[in-house]
Design a protein. Sequence first.
Length: 355
Amino acid sequence: MSRGARRLQRRIGFAAPVDNTVVFYTGANYTGTAIPASQGDSVNTLLPQGQNDTIRSIKVLAPSKVYTYSDVDYSGSIFFTTHSIPNLSTFYDNGSSFSAATSSYRVESAAYAAPTAAIAPITLNDATTVVAWPGSGRFGDCVINQVNTDIQDQAVYDDFTAIMPAYLFQPALQQMARNVCSIIYDNPDSIPRSYPTMTLHFMPADGIAASAGGHVWLYKQAPLYPIASFMSHEICHNYQCSKDYGTSPYATGVIEGVADYVLVIMGYHTVRPSGGGTNWYDGYDTSAFFFDYIENHAAVPSPGFVKRLVRTMDGRDPLVSNFAWAPSIIQTINAQGKTVDQLWADYKAWVAAGN
């Protein structure tokens, strides 16, 4: 059989020839229709083959890196593996199972590394800067190749673009994505989301901004605030997870606190709330400076604390049962083994001491 004929077989889902390195199956435990693939294969949509949202298990036959995506064009939630997975139903992203949820995929060699991106600071017209955070170039897969606009309020758009001109939308948002991912994830293979396209909505209502799922909504007060700072916060949300956001004050506080933590680390936020704040889970700068204390300034610092905290929010971490996040997890992942209330008391005393 010719090489071309074997590749045709791989594409249309016949029995896998010996030289294939990965086989996707439509049934759990490697049953059902086999969809074979080799290293270097990329399929941007499974729709034409009738295989969209059918993959339920993955067999890795030779050392490889496998990336599956919930949406076409390598976008949406990402499931990454280097080994065989008999049942994708045991893996979740933000509370949704990866079983029968694949619309595109890539297979790479075990030695594959995400491309390194060229990075550079971008200065906006309000004299603030989208920083080029050290190490963010490793996160070249934070693509955001295109930014669309939905202009519901022309005045909001005009005021916003007076500070961040439209030609900077794509490079600025892309650099923001690389910055925040480099701060909250260990490596590019840890990123749970891909957004080749992002949409900015300019809205006729009071408020600053909100974001979710590749969308950022910008309101009347947005142009009044430092755009490089609050937009980095919103872009961060697009790469975070929490099934309990909005239903648990603790989970909500952590998500908002982590999004402000990246602002603290990058130097956008420099002033703590008075006394450190009221409750550790109040989110935003209150939780952000508290997390910075745990990671960097406690009597026994906890390097990597925030990255581990982020992983516990999306249901992939074995510490999280039933994808219900609980504050007790913080005791497990800080270097001192203290409860979050004990850490909060230590932090408040540290702040009161003039630190």
